[in-house]
Design a protein around this ligand. Sequence first.
Ligand code: AP5
Length: 224
Amino acid sequence: MKVLLIGPPGAGKGTQAHKLGKEFDLPHLSAGQLLREAIEAETEAGKRARPYIDNGQLVPEEIVVKIMSREMFDRPGRDGFIADGFPRNIDQYEQLNRELDKRDEKIDVAIQLDLDEEDIVERLSGRMTCSECGRNYHVEFYPPETEGVCDACGGSLYERNDDNLKTIKQRLNVYRNESVPVIKELEKDGILERVDASGRIDEVFEKACEVIESRFHARAGNHD
Ligand code: AP5
């Protein structure tokens, strides 16, 4: 099963993709997290990507498409995924479709998480991310059991550089200008499903599960 999660910054893509990956036994491929790992590892791609991420702009295609194609198509035995934050512009969507066509494969469903701007700012302002495994928490809505420590791996939690108001606004502009046209294409292609992301994490999760189950009957049921 190949699933895309798309939506504005802070809508909950990473949170839901992690849970859906466990539920449906699929790898969670986060473009943003893979780029942050490349930055942390100080690879050439990471060094080039850093200023774009810090300024809330899209990282150049040749970097992000290469990283995501490798994860989506080149890992032995990998037969599906939940891709979070990719594709983010029309060029990336066209490149993804070319790779899928070569293999006679297709995206099964693209889930758009909808959230208004006020909630986005509130969620991103309180986000804490694990420096080891990339898992997201929120100081109020989803706090870790021990302050500053990841429940899953014990890594320390940090605030992302791009979660300041100025960069959040820039990321929202990029979303409107570059990613909303992709949503229109996904709709034309008959694979778009919308999920209201304004409820609690488990409520949004149930709605996303229903969307996937309406196309498949394949829950693995691996919970945290
Ligand atoms: P990326 O890391 O993908 O950032 P983003 O799209 O801005 O999305 P976020 O990670 O900020 O939010 P999210 O929707 O995953 O929400 P989360 O689950 O964390 O990308 C970062 C940068 O990398 C981009 O700006 C760009 O520079 C680059 N990049 C990435 N992909 C690229 C691409 N394809 N092409 C080029 N460049 C690319 O939740 C947010 C917070 O809310 C958390 O604290 C969470 O605990 C909380 N929360 C989640 N759900 C709920 C809920 N239902 N109720 C209450 N709180 C909730």
